[in-house]
Ligand binder design. Sequence first.
Ligand code: CP
Length: 310
Amino acid sequence: MSANQISTRHLLGIKDINEQDIELIFNTAREFKEVINRPIKKVPSLRDITIANIFFENSTRTKLSFELAEKRLSADVVNFAASSSSVSKGETLLDTVNNILSMKVDMVVMRHPAPGAPAFLAKHIQANIVNAGDGTHEHPTQALLDAYSIYEALGDIAGKKVAIIGDILHSRVALSNIYCLKKLGAHVKVCGPPTLIPKHIASLGVEISYNIDDTLQWCDVANVLRIQLERQEIKYLPSLREYALYYGINKARLDKLSKKTVIMHPGPINRGVEITSDVADSEHSIILQQVENGVAIRMAVLYLLASRKA
Ligand code: CP
């Protein structure tokens, strides 16, 4: 049976939470999903809470999803984008956040390019911190919404075969997904070019494959990741065209399989590189369900952290 209180004050990574926490988040998200599908989509649960969304890196889905989740819970919301702030004048991360907290902020949702930035903040400030993606480290709410979407699509996660395909080396989504899916009992395989798969990854209990067609035949779910050229300081691939040829998910590849595969992608999609439009927009794709579930999952995380008793 799942606990009725989350075990941690902050959500810094999936590595730090347990299976009962994930179950509690899913059960709470299920109730909030029902709320956001009603004509009146708002509940007063966080009426006395102020949340700052501070984003030092670009975001479309995560930022909008958190903001919507906060508003659906009736929280007061302030948004901060580093590009239009005094960070460009040399202000430190801690000074920036302390200034925001002086305005009586209770929770901070933070995206930052440096791995560990949310953990650093959590050591220095009183507010609850939610990691909205820290460099190549973790993206916990993405993993939770991905796992929840698999649960909805397949009715279970334990025993299911999930392939994570693409740029594993630079992906915080891959790492958080691996932690989450392994805690929930799934079999996980990573697949991509050898240069984009870190050598230590097998120590997390995942299989490694460099063969995309074998991997697609093996898995129940293919979670397809973007090639993160912006994080690649050296050339890991001859070209994106070659990547698309050898590892891109297209209809011809899926048509060769003897079974149906659920297709996922955390976004943003590079159509024609890691996935073609006829797959991303097909009946097998649950990409937009992932986005919808993101709001309910983030409502659950914020609500559970805010209502946690010390
Ligand atoms: N999936 C994800 O994190 O997307 P954004 O970068 O647009 O937030």
